[in-house]
Design a protein around this ligand. Structure first.
Ligand code: 13P
Length: 394
């Protein structure tokens, strides 16, 4: 409708009324590409410069993201693995341990929080967002509301959370968040169906536009699940299809590419495939996919770990940084940064310092991998254990 009105205004003096009316009616019914571009909207408005700056600072050399945005239910699973109850006090104690690790900012540029954590403080009353700022770590927030079954698909899911997202995002910004995360998933064994891919891509693009409009850099995360026995070539094919659609809709929604970050899965064989791929092969396939699909305007690619072991995730990242890339290629790991921390902590205050050291060991290893300088020499057996869970929910 807006396109019709402005076209009338632009041409009002140059045509006879009757001729113009019939021409405009046709133009509104079948807008051509050039006419649509006359009224092209632009997104992110007043926040553009800030978004670009935030994205650049997260994508800074030798640093990556600590993802601790588990929903209360998923955090409960982490706590249960060391025999702790899923209470607010225990979740706060665990997050406090992570977020008050001295020197964390040397390796970590952003931390993704769950809503509860964004509004929490340490037991001494210091806001968690201030703990992060003191280490030059940008606070981020998970804004999606999780997955639901997608009717009409092949047992696939879609991501919830667009309703009320603008007002929630504005509140998160006020509380100190400067970037956001929305995780949707694509399942290879379930298809993926064209419907599920389109829904995932469209949802990510709407979320990205709304986030930018409210000053939050959107992390765009269509996680292609590791589940399945398919070869690496099939993952490449699906990843290319998914990212093509994601960028198509990001552009349609006027998202500023310089003010986003991506969180892809690495291109690997399915977790149940008969052969494992080496870090060099994973790096080759993953970078091929990214070069074919991701414009160099995007500042950073922050991989998820997806159930790989801590060492595997670090080795794969290191292999991707053996020669220069058009974007900052780094990490946004949850499981691959937290596993040995939890095992060391065991919920005991006397282990807290050792657990923080364990976090620094992993963060430093991934920092080196971001610079292409990591070696797995001396890594513990625990850090080599895989963490894949079928049909994982976050
Ligand atoms: P993992 O690194 O455990 O796959 O976490 C994924 C994620 O989306 C966290 O934000």
């Amino acid at each position: 409708m807006a396109a019709c009105t402005s076209f009338v205004k632009l041409n009002a003096s140059s045509s006879s009324w009757i001729g113009q009316q019939s021409f405009n009616q046709r133009a509104c019914a079948f807008p051509s590409r050039s006419r649509v571009s006359i009224v092209k909207a632009s997104s992110s408005g007043s926040y553009t410069d800030e978004l670009v700056k935030t994205a650049k600072s997260i994508a800074s050399p030798g640093r990556g993201i600590l993802a601790i945005d588990e929903s209360n239910a998923t955090c409960g699973k982490r706590l249960a693995s060391i025999g702790l109850d899923n209470t607010e006090v225990n979740r706060q104690a665990y997050r406090q341990l992570l977020l008050t690790t001295p020197g964390l900012g040397d390796y970590i540029s952003g931390a993704i929080l769950f809503e509860e954590t964004l509004y929490q403080s340490t037991t001494d009353g210091k806001k968690f967002v201030d703990c992060l700022r003191d280490e030059s770590i940008v606070p981020g927030i998970k804004v999606d509301k999780g997955l639901s079954p997608l009717p009409g698909s092949n047992n696939e899911s879609w991501c919830q959370g667009l309703d009320g997202l603008a007002s929630r995002s504005a509140e998160y910004y006020k509380q100190g968040a400067r970037f956001a995360k929305w995780r949707t998933v694509v399942s290879i064994p379930c298809g993926p169906s064209a419907l599920a891919v389109k829904e995932a891509a469209w949802g990510l693009a709407r979320y990205a536009a709304i986030s930018q409009d409210n000053g939050l850099v959107p992390i765009v995360e269509p996680e292609i699940l590791l589940d399945g026995d398919h070869p690496i070539e099939r993952t490449l094919e699906v990843a290319e299809q998914v990212w093509a659609e994601v960028f198509y809709y990001l552009a349609e929604n006027n998202v500023v590419f310089e003010g986003i970050l991506l969180k892809p899965s690495m291109v690997t064989p399915g977790a149940e495939h008969k052969e494992k791929a080496s870090p060099e092969t994973i790096a080759k396939y993953t970078l091929t996919m990214l070069r074919r699909r991701v414009p160099p305007a995007v500042p950073g690619i922050m991989f998820l770990s997806g159930g790989q072991s801590e060492v595997e995730a670090t080795l794969n990242l290191n292999a991707m940084n053996q020669s220069p890339n058009p974007w900052h290629v780094s990490f946004s790991y949850a499981r691959a940064l937290q596993n040995s921390v939890l095992k060391t902590w065991q919920g005991r205050p006397e282990n807290a310092e050792a657990a923080q050291m364990a976090l620094l060991v992993r963060a430093k290893a991934n920092s080196l991998a971001q610079l292409g300088k990591y070696s797995a020499e001396g890594e513990s057996e625990e850090a080599k254990k895989g963490m894949f869970v079928k049909g994982y929910t976050y």
